[in-house]
Ligand binder design. Structure first.
Ligand SMILES: [Mn+2]
Length: 396
């Protein structure tokens, strides 16, 4: 495929906004359809490098908008490397806490240096700022008026017009990390070798791509090409370590409680875990996922009271005959407006039952016994077993 603009799209180093974006899309289509797409250095990398060279000696603030995640962390590291090759000193700053355990693990295991914004942070020394992996160029802080947006690179649909010296937005990429990997791949400063720094950046970018593409399920050609390149430098053990940090301590605790309180009936395992904080509610589903590994168990249901507001439960099954959606709808039925309390698809389902008036009960222990008895009896009824609610786990 030929670029509509022919060759005129070459090398104006500093280009703005949409025109650059359009050119990138064309250039990446071009290389998609040619088998030797790397012969010609695409305009993206050359333009970025020319710009970085032109401001050599300046100071750059690389901003992570929103929560730090693998994609924006990896992208920022890559930009920092590119900037350094061009004689630009930079810092990476984030404004929100690194909340997710996996991201904390990423930063810790890779020994990544990020600054968290605080009141005393001196931004007056920065000449430029950059934003990666964000839909807008607005920052939660006010930078000095002289500090210009140098580079903006992202893969989302932009919100509003982005005015930067270099703007590269590719909605046809599954991740920003893949775009940065492409810059590294095409850079005139060679990204190669096995130094700790190269390994760190490549591993972070690979993790960013995997994380944003849902393990390559939503990956595009750009992500695949980037991964092929990065695979030469990635530390596979480290990558495994970062992504294996998938059970937060809180979920682990919840799983332990669920195991203690398990109630096995044939191929079913039920477990009521008691009161769970609102922020830990994802743990219920993760814990059900884990319990399903138990031999002889085909269906797991874990439930608890979340945020003292509603009973929240997760069902996981590997049974070929149990339909989670139908099963849960049968068990819990509908509220007075005709909405079902539960539902699901394929191999998983969930339910939510508001505590309503009973939320104000002052004796939580008693309330839990009541809830557990009611829920368990519904389950037993459904699977046709006799029996009292198991004594395991009574009491909150
Ligand atoms: Mn992203």
């Amino acid at each position: 495929m030929k670029s509509k603009n022919g060759d005129k799209v070459m090398a104006k180093p500093m280009v703005k906004g949409a025109s650059l974006q359009a050119r990138h899309e064309e250039s990446s289509h071009e290389s998609d359809s040619t088998s030797t797409g790397r012969e010609e250095v695409p305009k993206g990398t050359a333009a970025l490098e020319a710009l970085l060279e032109s401001v050599s000696g300046s100071k750059l603030l690389i901003c992570i908008r929103g929560y730090p995640d693998p994609d924006n962390i990896g992208s920022s590291l890559a930009l920092q490397w590119l900037a350094r090759q061009c004689g630009i000193d930079s810092r990476i700053i984030h404004f929100e806490e690194i909340s997710h355990h996996e991201n904390r693990a990423l930063v810790k295991k890779l020994d990544i240096e990020l600054d968290e914004w605080h009141d005393g942070f001196d931004c007056s020394k920065f000449d430029y700022y950059a934003i990666t992996d964000s839909q807008t160029a607005e920052l939660p802080i006010k930078l000095p008026g002289s500090c210009q947006l140098l580079a903006f690179v992202d893969h989302h649909k932009p919100l509003g017009n982005i005015q930067g010296r270099f703007v590269d937005i590719r909605e046809n990429s599954g991740s920003t990390s893949a775009i940065f990997a492409e810059y590294l791949m095409e850079s005139s400063h060679r990204f190669e070798g096995s130094s700790p720094e190269i390994t760190k950046i490549a591993t972070a970018l690979m993790h960013g791509i995997r994380s944003d593409t849902d393990n390559f399920v939503n990956a595009t050609m750009i992500d695949y090409r980037a991964s092929e390149f990065l695979s030469n430098f990635v530390d596979k053990d480290l990558l495994a370590l970062i992504s294996r940090q998938s059970i937060p301590a809180k979920t682990m605790d919840l799983t332990q409680i669920a195991l203690q309180r398990k109630d096995i009936r044939g191929t079913f395992m039920f477990s009521g875990v008691g009161f769970v904080r609102d922020e830990d509610r994802d743990g219920i589903g993760q814990c059900a996922d884990y319990l399903l590994h138990r031999e002889g168990i085909e269906t797991v249901i874990v439930y608890g009271v979340v945020g003292n507001e509603y009973i929240d439960g997760s069902l996981r099954t590997k049974s070929h005959t149990l339909d989670p959606d139908k099963w849960l709808k049968d068990v819990f039925g509908q509220d007075k407006d005709g909405n079902y309390y539960g539902g699901g698809r394929k191999d998983k389902g969930g339910f939510q039952i508001p505590l309503g008036f009973f939320a104000s009960c002052s004796d939580k222990e008693l309330l839990w016994i009541l809830i557990k008895k009611t829920i368990d009896e519904l389950f037993y009824d459904k699977i046709g077993v006799e029996g009292k609610s198991s004594l395991d786990g009574e009491g909150a």
